[in-house]
Design a binder for this molecule. Sequence first.
Ligand SMILES: [Zn+2]
Ligand SMILES: [Zn+2]
Length: 146
Amino acid sequence: MRSSIASTASVRVGPHGRILALSSAWFTDGARRRADARRSGRCVECGAELASHRSPYCSRRCQWKFHGHYFWDSARSYTMLRDRYRCRVCGAKKRARELDVDHIVEIARGGAALEYSNLQTICRECHRQKTLAFLRDRAAGAATAA
Ligand SMILES: [Zn+2]
Ligand SMILES: [Zn+2]
């Protein structure tokens, strides 16, 4: 399901190959899923019964989460909320502005950009270490390949 979204969408890509938005999918696939959810009275994200047919979301949390399948900013906010603003590497709890959201498998290595299973909250320091290790590995890989 998700992979079909990615392949058909107009994709906006930011620095480091990060997918920032699947905008056209939001208006096609996303709109269809929201309409279906309103019609069936089930939350588009979690499937819980809806109190009203006016909104396709049972909660603000599901709204963020659903948005995050299409937009990086929302994916980022929801991932921090899910991880309770704690670095998943060292466990430190921090303010949102001191945290990053990181791709567990880097996009350069084929990791999915907007897939919650591939996203984790990470503090600036752990992120720096991880990026350095990644660059070192890649340099080593390039050296052996040459
Ligand atoms: Zn829900
Ligand atoms: Zn950390």
